[in-house]
Structure formats: structure tokens, C-alpha cells
Design a protein around this ligand. Structure first.
Ligand SMILES: Cc1cc2nc3c(=O)[nH]c(=O)nc-3n(C[C@H](O)[C@H](O)[C@H](O)COP(=O)(O)O)c2cc1C
Length: 205
């Protein structure tokens, strides 16, 4: 039995394809494993941007923190605890101006924390969150998996780098892309992703 954390982040509400497919994966995995599911919807419940209260609060001893620092660190600690408790993480991300949404960026800004989620080993930085499986659903209007726009995929490449930086290297990337080229292209793109999701769920069973 595994515990699943579903993190969604698209600002497009019910229209969001990353939320749709990430939710389908998380619920499918839950049904197959009989596990438990926590949902963190970063669009419905946005995090604050990190501030000096967070940056300074996390390097200040707990009993010396100002009330603002206590609150800022509490939020980050809650997110880290939620992530640490998960065996499987399903991340939904929709491309906004070639990168992830600022909601998802704010989540990473809170959870990437020296000595908590990454450390510095003899050979450089070392991720401290290990042994988790991650499914990353990356939605984009254009096509970024290949072709002329591939060098501008600052969404998937960036998110894969951030995940790896904190030790989350076992990542299955599910793309839903090429949805801006008319209704037929969108339909085909969605059908492709649906097939990929069914295949990965069958494999995970
Ligand atoms: C504000 C905004 C900015 C966007 N920027 C890009 C972009 O830079 N490149 C792109 O290919 N698609 C872009 N899109 C299209 C989205 O990536 C696409 O609709 C995708 O499906 C969004 O993910 P979602 O379905 O999970 O919301 C943008 C959409 C919005 C609303």
C-alpha cells in the first residue's frame, strides 16, 4: 500500500489538462494499490512567494524566530512533511510562458531547502529525498518533445532538474502537448496522452 501525493498547479481551472491527467494517474494508482491520497491544489490554494521571513527564518534557531519567520517556516515545513510522507508523487504542470506556473515555482521555492531536502556532499549537491516514484504531467500548447521548439522547453527540463536536485530521480514524464493547433490536433494530443496514461497505469498495476 502506498501513499500518493497529487500536486496540481494549473491556473486554468476545470480546463486544465495537466490537472485532468495528473488526477487520473493519482486516482488510478490509488485504486490499484489500495493506497491513500493527499491532494495539494496550488491553484485553488496558492502559496505565498518566499520572502525574507522565510529565507532568514530557516537559518534562524526556532526559538529566535520572529512571528513572521515562524509562520513562513511553518508553511515550508508542512509542504516538506507532506512530500516526505509520500511514496509516489504525481505532479501536474501547465506551461505558462515557456516555464511552469508561478504557483508551482512557489512550491519548489518552499521545498528546496538546504540540509532538509538537499545537502552538499563531497562531490557536490546531493538530494535527500530518495526512494519515491514521480509522475510528471507536463501540458503545453506547443510541441516541445521534439522539433524546433524543443530547446525552449523550460518547463519539463527545469522541473526534471529541480526534482533530481532533491533526489527525486525516478520520474516518468507524461506530456500533453500540441493542443493549440486547432480542435483536431487538440483531440489527437489528448487521445495520445490518454493512451499513455492507460499504459502506465496498466504497468503500475
Ligand atoms: C497565460 C498562458 C501562457 C501560456 N504560455 C504558453 C507558452 O509559453 N508556450 C506554450 O506552448 N503554451 C502556452 N500556453 C498554453 C498552455 O501551456 C496550454 O493551454 C496547457 O494545456 C496549459 O496547461 P493546463 O492545460 O494544465 O492548464 C499558455 C497558456 C496560458 C493561459
Amino acid at each position: 500500500m502506498s501513499h500518493i501525493l497529487l500536486v496540481t498547479s494549473s491556473p486554468r481551472g476545470a480546463e486544465s489538462l495537466s490537472t485532468r491527467f495528473a488526477t487520473e494517474i493519482a486516482e488510478g494508482l490509488k485504486a490499484r494499490s489500495g493506497g491513500t491520497l493527499t491532494v495539494r491544489d496550488l491553484a485553488a490554494d496558492p502559496l505565498p512567494h518566499i520572502t525574507s521571513a522565510y529565507v532568514n527564518g530557516r537559518i534562524t534557531a526556532p526559538d529566535a524566530r520572529t512571528p513572521e519567520q515562524v509562520e513562513a517556516v511553518r508553511i515550508a515545513q508542512e509542504l516538506v512533511d507532506e512530500l516526505k510522507a509520500a511514496d509516489v508523487v504525481v505532479l501536474g504542470s501547465g506551461m505558462i510562458n515557456f516555464g511552469p506556473s508561478s504557483q508551482l515555482k512557489a512550491w519548489f521555492d518552499h521545498i528546496i531547502w538546504p540540509a532538509v531536502t538537499f545537502g552538499y556532499g563531497d562531490t557536490g549537491p546531493k538530494g535527500l529525498l530518495t526512494g519515491k516514484k514521480v509522475y510528471l504531467v507536463a501540458a503545453a500548447g506547443g510541441v516541445f518533445s521534439e522539433g524546433a521548439w524543443a530547446p525552449f522547453d523550460f518547463q519539463s527540463n527545469y522541473l526534471l532538474h529541480l526534482l533530481g536536485f532533491i533526489g527525486l530521480t525516478d520520474v516518468e514524464l507524461v506530456r500533453v502537448e500540441g493542443t493549440v493547433f486547432g480542435p483536431d490536433a487538440a483531440k489527437a494530443a489528448i487521445a495520445n496522452t490518454e493512451m499513455a496514461v492507460q499504459t502506465l497505469l496498466a504497468k503500475a498495476a
